[in-house]
Design a protein around this ligand. Sequence first.
Ligand SMILES: [Zn+2]
Length: 87
Amino acid sequence: MVKQVAVGEDQVILGKNGSLVSSKSQPGGWHIVKDGACDCKGFEYRGKCRHLAAVEQATAERKARQAEALRLMNQLCDEQNGYAAVA
Ligand SMILES: [Zn+2]
């Protein structure tokens, strides 16, 4: 499953083999970001663009959410073990 997330005004879909970022110049269109490169004109000229940055931010946020979920899960397991020990 892939999930669409908002990064500022951009919509980002993170995939395993590449990501999609909504296009501002062409509403309804998506830019393909893969292996640190983007298919937009800006990247072609400057070697960087907002889409690349949006994917990086979305990836960082996803990692932070996963770390938080893991922490909560561990916490819950610890509590359960605690109850089990008391019982
Ligand atoms: Zn781009």
